[in-house]
Design a protein around this ligand. Structure first.
Ligand SMILES: C[S@@+](CC[C@H](N)C(=O)[O-])C[C@H]1O[C@@H](n2cnc3c(N)ncnc32)[C@H](O)[C@@H]1O
Length: 406
């Protein structure tokens, strides 16, 4: 792709290998977009001149990030490339239109999370490029003092200038607004530290799911985890002060099993009496089975009259991409919605492998348990069958363009 110009291209970063389901999602939701350039972990589209339509689109399940393209820089000199970025017309106009701006720089991933110990992270090279960009901005007066803000303290809706390093010397420049939590972090990578005694990678997935979704669980709440062995996700829950009922016929690591706030039911989920789940407010599932079986197991719990589960964190394993077609993703969401959950988010987390994370709450504003369809709670506003369901593929990424791009 030659130099894309402002408002004509949009680009996404994703897990390497997830380009195909990402493209399928976009073919379904944005049929007029045309694939422009892609590499493992990076996909761009020509999307016409209608910035409003791009901004109104939702971030797809398989996208870690979404950026409106402003240009591309390719130069083997780091310093020269950094200067070129600030000279891009769209970048200068974006910066000039904003009182403050956030700068995010990251590298596309070329390995799967967990592959040979690899975990997505901000690389030293990305930090070096960021420093070079800041130095070039100071030298060329592209950014004035106080113009640059830290995403952590930036107001919601702040404009973020994105520099994606597709190759070390080939950068794609774009922008987005920091609305959802993950949009405040370069590459959508929420900061998650692996403890030295981490029992399994599931710890990272659970931490990311909790940080991304902001579920209103509080210390002391009881979780049930279906498929808890060896125990990484339960370890994350325990470290946050929750109590956990772990269900799995397999052995749980002693670090988790020995925690007084953990109870191991060494059975398959369908062998546990539902009444045992009664204290639980939250349910996590991470079963190594196809999504429909995970959903069957979860439905058995949440639809039972003796349980009152407020929210879900489900890992849906994708044996192959055919179980992640746009139609099936919609079916998974619709099925969870049929249990009374209205705030449903689906995303391939940065730490997910070939799997997705589905998080659900009964309602966004009113976070209390609605009874299963078998026992509707009379008079509860959520029970109105005519009320529109709130179904979201990830948090909304509706963005208002900076003035010069409207
Ligand atoms: C990916 S592992 C779970 C990892 C775990 N969440 C962790 O944090 O380490 C999948 C687990 O699902 C369990 N499993 C599969 N089917 C199950 C079922 N019907 N009921 C309970 N556990 C099940 C397996 O025994 C296996 O330990």
């Amino acid at each position: 792709m030659s130099s894309p110009t402002a408002s004509q291209f949009v680009f996404f970063t994703c897990q390497p290998g997830a380009e195909q389901p990402l493209k399928a999602e976009l073919a379904a939701s944005q049929p007029e977009w045309r694939l422009a350039f892609s590499r493992p972990g990076f996909v761009s589209f020509k999307c016409g001149d209608n910035v409003g339509a791009i901004l109104a689109s939702r971030q797809p399940t398989f996208a870690r990030t979404l950026s409106i393209s402003l240009g591309r820089v390719s130069n083997s000199s780091l310093t020269a490339a950094a200067h070129e970025v600030w000279q891009i017309e769209g970048v200068a106009a974006l910066v000039a239109s904003q009182e403050s701006i956030v700068l995010q720089v990251w590298q596309r991933d070329s390995l799967l999370p967990g592959e040979n110990g690899f975990e997505p992270t901000l690389t030293p090279l990305a930090e070096e490029v960021r420093q070079a960009l800041l130095a070039a901005a100071r030298e060329s007066d592209a950014l004035t003092d106080g113009h640059l803000i830290d995403a952590k303290v930036a107001p919601t809706d702040s404009v973020v200038l994105d520099v994606v390093m597709v190759e070390p010397n080939e950068w794609y420049i774009g922008w987005h607004r920091a609305l959802a939590r993950h949009q405040r972090w370069p590459g959508g990578m929420l900061p998650i530290a692996a403890p030295d005694d981490m029992v399994s990678r599931a710890y990272l997935k659970m931490e990311e799911a909790l940080k991304w979704s902001g579920l209103p669980a509080v210390r002391g709440d009881v979780w049930v985890e279906l498929g808890c062995a060896p125990g990484g996700a339960s370890q994350a829950l325990l470290n946050r002060g929750f109590q956990v009922i772990g269900v799995d016929p397999a052995e749980v690591d002693e670090l988790v099993a020995g925690n007084p706030r953990f109870v191991h039911m060494r059975k398959r989920s369908n062998e546990v009496r539902r009444v045992e789940y009664a204290p639980a407010k939250w349910l996590a599932a991470d079963l190594n089975v196809a999504p429909q079986y995970t959903l069957d197991a979860v439905e058995d719990v949440v639809a039972h009259p003796s349980t009152s589960i407020r929210g879900l964190v489900l890992t849906l394993k994708l044996a192959d991409w055919s179980v992640a077609s746009p139609e099936l993703l919609t079916q998974y969401i619709e099925r969870v919605r049929s249990w009374g959950f209205r705030d449903i988010r689906l995303r391939q987390l940065v730490h997910n492998r070939q799997e997705l994370c589905l998080v659900a709450l009964h309602s966004r504003g009113q976070r209390r348990m609605k009874r299963s369809r078998r026992r509707p709670t009379k008079g509860a506003p959520d029970d109105s069958p005519s009320g529109p369901p709130e179904v979201r593929f990830d948090a909304p990424t509706k963005m208002v363009p900076p003035h010069h791009l409207r």
